[in-house]
Design a protein around this ligand. Structure first.
Ligand code: UDP
Ligand code: MG
Length: 313
């Protein structure tokens, strides 16, 4: 029986990119012998022409399916929604902006036919990205790996080809706020690092401003590690020791009249402000976890779908 490849492509304000993306992707997919295909575009609440363009494409090609969110829920939510609808045997997650070349798909399929179950794109080089982006990305991967309990490969985004059974596992996980690139590594199976050169964005600006990058980083670290919460304990013990040392120092100074009062006042002020800082920092870490627990407890869905095209219920 003919196998099917499913593509999952999230879009957020990608009107400049959408048509070219479809054209390039379709070209690659139609060249494949022995494979049927489907393309699932997710409109992540863009208010420009993205949805219109996708609707036109879906009307002329029934292999194109569209999911449109009621508002912007973020890249990870968009991919998660796409994964829920895929019907293929091999699933490719790829950005809309053509930074990850779709021309690599046939070769990745070969690796899949050879028995690999997760073929993740590893960026050898990254073109057209600012020094700031590269630096923050590097810091992100290093921190994540230092803290995380599962190894998450460096220089890896969401571009990957995965087997159906891996997607079934991901879809069955109850957690919200899925940090996909971590989960795809967490599931295990036969993993293959597929090295490639990341291209420049075809058009438009990045849809990942600093705020979204920070949200992704904290989701990644918090959902894959309990070390920050342990760090709070260590900080607490450390601060108690420091305060005892200061107390002893102050007592000795007082008994032996080594210092006058203003020095004491200074040290107390330093101690008070320092520990207030430590406490606030600790509270912040704890609140991050509690916030996540609260989110999970509410059981609110990760996204709301406004419209589906070419997808039957
Ligand atoms: N994206 C999305 N929702 C968002 C932000 C981004 O669906 O809230 C999509 C975007 O359209 C693109 C992909 O996620 O297809 C990656 O985004 P982008 O290329 O802007 O990120 P970068 O490559 O700069 O990290
Ligand atoms: Mg991009």
């Amino acid at each position: 029986m003919e196998k099917k490849v499913s593509l999952v492509i999230p879009m957020y304000y990608e009107e400049k990119v959408a048509k070219e993306c479809y054209k390039r992707v379709k070209e690659c997919l139609e060249k494949l012998d022995n494979y049927d295909y489907e393309i699932i575009f997710i409109n992540d609440g863009s208010k420009d022409k993205t949805l219109e363009i996708l609707e036109d494409i879906a009307n002329e090609n029934k292999k194109v399916k569209v999911i449109s969110f009621s508002r912007n829920f973020g890249h990870q939510a968009a991919v998660t929604a796409g994964l829920q609808e895929v019907t293929g045997d091999a699933i490719v997650i790829i950005d809309a902006d053509l930074q990850d070349p779709p021309e690599l798909i046939p070769d990745m399929l070969k690796k899949w036919e050879e028995g690999n179950e997760v073929i993740y794109g590893k960026r050898k080089t990254r073109k057209g990205e600012s020094a700031f982006k590269l630096l923050t990305a590097k810091m992100f991967y290093n921190t994540l790996n230092a803290l995380s309990d599962v190894e998450i490969p460096k220089d890896t985004g969401d571009f990957r080809l995965v087997d159906r059974k891996v997607v079934d596992v991901i879809n069955s996980l109850p957690e919200h706020n899925k940090f996909l690139r971590g989960l795809f590594s967490w599931v295990g199976y036969k993993q293959y690092a597929y090295e490639y050169e990341r291209q420049e964005r075809f058009a438009g600006e990045t849809k990942y401003p600093l705020k979204k990058m920070l949200k992704l980083a904290s989701d990644g670290i918090i959902s894959f590690s309990s070390k920050p919460i342990k760090l709070v304990g260590a900080l607490g013990i450390f601060s108690i020791i420091v305060s005892i040392v200061i107390l002893i120092y102050a007592l000795i100074s007082y008994i032996f009249k080594l210092n006058n009062l203003s020095a004491g006042w200074t040290s107390i002020m330093v101690a008070v402000t320092f520990f207030a800082g430590v406490q606030l920092l600790s509270l912040w870490v704890i609140s991050e976890y509690i916030g996540r627990i609260y989110d999970e407890a509410k059981g609110r869905p990760q996204y709301v779908i406004d419209k589906k095209i070419n997808i039957e219920k």
